[in-house]
Design a binder for this molecule. Structure first.
Ligand code: NAD
Length: 486
């Protein structure tokens, strides 16, 4: 049985209240360990440690030394790859095949990619003419924001957390991380790595617990937190924005989505099927960028539905450690109930269930786990709840369309605006449609092909701000203009 403690000022600590909660493996609902729930005193201690770290050696370290240290962190995650992989798979139930290719390598890469990008980014400079003819020189100087609160979700725990911690530390901030209550393991393990790599105490802190009236709320309300970066549900983002408004603290929000996939009749069908299989079902559909609404041009509609169904039939469900398994359980019993409630709603709303819609029989050993069937629907009205609300499960609705104008209208008819995919061999059309999407990210003939130098974030209710590449500089640093009269 594991013991997941808070990591404060370089030490693993329990809590004054002694409060703990269970961490369960969603594969079979067994208890993996106990998590120490941080109360106000632990959150205050973590924030104070981070604030003090900014005044200590970390605050004085050169950028080159900081980057070298973060490179060591990346290398050490890779050296302890199996431990991180095991922890992530037990927490989430996701297949090792996926976590070993995406979660852990990308989690490590986040400590290298951003330091390199940020270190090589030039600072702006402008020469100003003045009446005396001597002029003045302006240049931009960036300072770290200070103490950054990182609030992260459970679907890609290490990857999404380090996507924020990497650039935050590269820019010289100190962080207090509040991982999801569902997935405390890899954030805790990273504390060990930070110590092993000589990262000064207080630079990286972890407080465990829930959102409201728990560690999340205590952290976002703390007046010494200078900025808050959040990934999670849009409704939670609204609550955090309210907390951040006190003292006018900076926020970065990466929230939910109801992403469209648009498939034109002139697409490469094999690629469109393969890509949509991944975008709808990988990680059991628990990817913010995933496709839950698929629009297919009418001449290929029937064939597309049939081939996607055949793809689902081939998915192998099972334990994460089995090498040929590509589909695991949802993250928790609570999330299973939510997804199943949408499966029922879809039927009530008149969906034609092409495949799935229920709970698979996984056998005696696994039936207590958070399993649901991968599901495809057709025939729903555009204003149905199933087509409009984020489900965050392994499911999609497929609808035919007739014209480019019609599908652009349909795809954009949502409160969300995170990502879209477009499948066509016509480059002019691809460009036209991609540019018409009211979203932050569009993939043409691909999905989740991420270049860490590019901007990442959502439009409308899917987020505020952009992270990734040099865009992180805007959030993780305070830009000051220095004007020197010559
Ligand atoms: P969630 O909003 O329930 O929780 C996210 C984090 O916020 C957790 O750590 C949680 O404990 C914390 N939290 C909850 N209430 C809080 C409060 N009142 N104050 C402070 N913290 C609080 O989201 P989730 O269920 O963990 O994740 C799934 C959601 O995340 C989906 O909506 C998905 O689309 C979104 N997501 C978005 C992106 C993106 O990049 N846009 C990436 C992954 C997931």
């Amino acid at each position: 049985m594991k013991d997941f403690k808070n990591f404060i000022n370089g030490e693993f600590v329990g809590t004054a209240s002694g409060k703990t909660f269970e961490n369960r493996n969603p594969v079979d609902n067994s208890v993996i360990g106990m998590v120490h729930e941080a109360g106000e005193p632990e959150v205050a201690a973590a924030v104070a440690a981070a604030k003090a770290a900014m005044k200590g050696p970390w605050g004085k370290m050169t950028q080159a030394a900081r980057i070298e240290m973060l490179n060591r962190v990346a290398d050490r995650i890779n050296e302890r790859f199996e431990e991180f992989l095991d922890a992530e798979c037990k927490d989430t139930g996701k297949p090792r095949k996926i976590a070993s290719h995406i979660d852990i390598p990308r989690g490590a890469a986040n400590f290298k990619a951003f330091s390199e990008t940020l270190a090589n980014h030039p600072t702006e400079a402008f020469k100003l003419d003045t009446p005396d003819g001597q002029g003045a020189l302006n240049y931009g100087h960036r300072k770290p924001k200070g103490v950054v609160a990182v609030i992260s979700p459970w679907n890609l725990p290490l990857l999404l957390m380090t996507f924020k911690v990497g650039p935050a530390l590269a820019c010289g901030n100190a962080v207090v991380v509040k991982p999801s209550e569902e997935t405390p393991a890899t954030a805790t393990l990273l504390g060990e790595v930070m110590n092993e790599c000589g990262v000064p105490a207080g630079v990286y802190n972890v407080v465990h617990g829930f959102g409201g009236d728990s560690a999340g709320a205590f952290l976002t309300a703390h007046p010494d937190v200078d900025a808050i970066t959040f990934t999670g549900e849009t409704r939670t983002g609204e609550i955090i924005m309210r907390a951040a408004s006190v003292g006018l603290r900076n926020i970065s929000m990466e929230c939910g989505g109801k992403n469209p996939g648009i498939v034109f009749a002139d697409c490469d069908m094999d690629k469109a099927i393969e890509g949509t299989m991944r975008s709808a079902f990988v990680n059991c559909g628990q990817v913010c960028l995933g496709t839950e609404r698929v629009y297919v041009e009418r001449p290929i509609f029937e064939e597309f539905v049939q081939r996607l169904k055949e793809g689902v039939e081939k998915l192998k469900l099972g334990r994460p450690e089995d090498a040929d398994v590509d589909f695991g359980p949802l993250v928790s019993q609570e999330h299973k109930e939510k997804v199943l409630s949408y499966y029922r709603t879809a039927v009530e709303e008149g969906a034609n269930v092409v495949i799935g819609g229920g709970i698979p029989d996984m056998g005696e050993e696994l039936n207590a786990g958070a399993w649901v069937e991968p599901t495809i629907w057709t025939g729903l009205a555009d204003d149905s709840r199933t087509v409009n609300e984020e489900i965050f499960g392994p499911c999609c609705h497929i609808r035919p369309f007739d014209t480019e104008e019609e599908v652009i209208e349909l795809a954009n008819d949502t409160d969300y605006g995170l990502a879209a995919t477009v499948w066509t061999e016509n480059t002019s059309r691809a460009t036209r449609v991609a540019e018409s999407m009211d979203v932050g990210l569009v993939w043409v003939n691909s999905w989740f092909l991420r270049d860490l130098r590019t901007a990442f974030g959502g439009a409308k209710q899917s987020g505020i701000g952009r992270e990734g590449g040099v865009h992180g500089l805007e959030f993780y640093t305070e830009l000051k203009n220095v004007c020197i009269k010559l």
